[in-house]
Design a protein around this ligand. Structure first.
Ligand SMILES: Cc1cc2nc3c(=O)[nH]c(=O)nc-3n(C[C@H](O)[C@H](O)[C@H](O)COP(=O)(O)OP(=O)(O)OC[C@H]3O[C@@H](n4cnc5c(N)ncnc54)[C@H](O)[C@@H]3O)c2cc1C
Length: 430
């Protein structure tokens, strides 16, 4: 961790950051008029589930309704492990039963289709209308389907999965990898920044290479990137050299990596160098906030939602808080850890605001692990606070796995990766 902060210190900071904020609110006395306030949450992923649970923990007098169409939520974290056969889909399945039974969150299996901000009203696909005092919007990402000529939702569902929302897309890519003819190549096409989990395409390349090395040794992976560099690049390349020499070729945008168009029927990707055929083609299109954020006019020209950093309240529509991948959170990456952290901060802020109190200034955290081979993982961690320019990374507070770390260190990181996953999913949904 750059010698700046040990994992134990970092975890302590993480716990105290969240718990400290929570105590600040729990210490307030309840108003005598204690009429029950209504908070509606759209999206039961990393941000929305955390916000639902922590709101109920902070103030059981608040009625919390979570709207989420999926009965079972499959997490993107660890989904690359599923694609490579190291884990299965049930290993990454989360249910809402504990949120319902232990925390009395009302979970509605439906989709929000409209938000009337002045009236404080959400309309669901079923026609049901929910009234709120505060609304949290955590819909994750949507794709810019028209950004790559030839690519579409239909092509993603049949020929060239993105696998950037977990579930059926994860399994499609997994099955395609299993069915690959030995000697055919795998193409992975990541978009330009910003994207959710910036390291995810490269963890995916690593674990797919692990699979190919064992079962299809004549195949290789070509990454056609719309970037000039990527997250944890040196560490990934060091791992690739060690475990998969000659098996992963990375092409930067200006070195033939930029995708000009794709052909789902012919299974080719066209770059400035011509047509590149692939037996498996994983196209990850450019991203934007989930569509309900556009419907509700919560986005700006970037395609993401501007928010006040203390409360994650929209700068466009007061009373609506946007968290997770959909919001603009300064230096924070779009990660599950960041979304969960923002969910807790929004919960603390809303509990305060509903009691007429001033919200506390939060600390936020994110760590992202990437497994390169079994027993060999790397990570990047960040701690963030507020400045006049928004949410900023506290220099030296987080860190990166050092280059040339010992095998023991890398093995520990791999154990932490799975431990992190078990902890955050229990914290959010358990
Ligand atoms: C391959 C991959 C690996 C990753 N690995 C990691 C990792 O190791 N660590 C990490 O921290 N992050 C990781 N991430 C990133 C992480 O998955 C996201 O950053 C995180 O899921 C964002 O949380 P969210 O709440 O914003 O969105 P999501 O978790 O995607 O949740 C959004 C939810 O909103 C629901 N929804 C959308 N629209 C509506 C609507 N109109 N009405 C009702 N519900 C709606 C959706 O059904 C969905 O369940 C990874 C991502 C990928 C793609």
């Amino acid at each position: 961790m750059n010698g700046k902060l040990s994992r134990r210190d970092f975890n302590k900071l993480l716990v105290s950051g969240v718990a400290g904020a929570a105590f600040g609110i729990a210490g307030f006395s309840k108003p005598l008029f204690a009429a029950s306030s209504r908070v509606v949450i759209i999206g039961g992923g990393f941000g929305g589930a955390a916000a639902a649970k922590y709101l109920r923990k902070l103030d059981p007098s608040i009625s919390v309704t979570l709207v989420e169409p999926k009965a079972i939520f499959h997490t993107c974290p660890i989904s690359n492990w599923v694609i490579a056969g190291l884990k299965t889909l049930p290993d990454i399945a989360q249910s809402y039963s504990v949120l319902k039974s232990r925390y009395q969150v009302t979970v509605i299996a439906d989709t929000a289709v409209a938000i009337d901000a002045p009236a404080g009203r959400v309309t669901l696909k079923s026609g049901k209308v929910l009234h709120y005092d505060r609304l949290i919007v955590s819909p994750g990402i949507d794709f810019k389907w028209d950004a790559i000529p030839g690519y579409s939702q239909a092509v993603a569902e049949k020929n060239m999965p993105h696998a950037f929302q977990a579930g059926s897309q994860t399994m499609l890519l997994h099955k395609q990898l299993i069915a690959l003819k030995d000697g055919s190549n795998v193409l992975i096409c990541p978009p330009a920044n910003p994207l959710r989990c910036p390291a995810a395409p490269y963890e995916r390349a690593s674990l797919m290479a692990m699979y190919l090395k064992k079962y299809k040794p004549k195949s290789k992976i070509i990454i056609l990137d719309d970037k000039e560099k990527f997250s944890k690049q040196e560490l990934f390349m060091q791992g690739w050299e060690r475990f998969y020499p000659g098996m992963i070729e990375w092409r930067a945008a200006t070195a033939g990596g930029k995708v000009e168009k794709v052909d789902g029927a012919a299974m080719t990707v066209t770059t400035e160098f011509g047509d590149e055929p692939g037996g498996v083609i994983n196209v990850i299109p450019p991203q934007k906030a989930g569509s309900i954020a556009f419907e509700a006019a919560l986005t700006d020209a970037t395609g993401w939602c501007p928010v006040h950093p203390t409360t994650f309240e929209s700068t466009i529509h007061p009373g609506i808080h946007v968290i997770g991948d959909a919001c603009i959170a300064g230096d924070m990456p779009k990660s599950g850890f960041a979304a969960s952290s923002q969910g807790k901060v929004a919960a603390v802020a809303i509990a305060s605001l509903l009691r007429g109190k001033v919200p506390v200034s939060p600390s936020l955290v994110s760590t992202c692990y990437s497994l390169i081979a079994p027993g060999y993982a790397i990570s990047v961690a960040g701690v963030y606070n507020l400045s006049s320019s928004g949410i900023v990374d506290i220099k030296g507070a987080g860190g990166l796995t050092p280059m040339d770390a010992s095998d023991d260190h890398l093995r520990q990181e791999a154990a932490f990766a799975w431990g992190w996953y078990k902890n955050i999913t229990k914290d959010n949904w358990g």
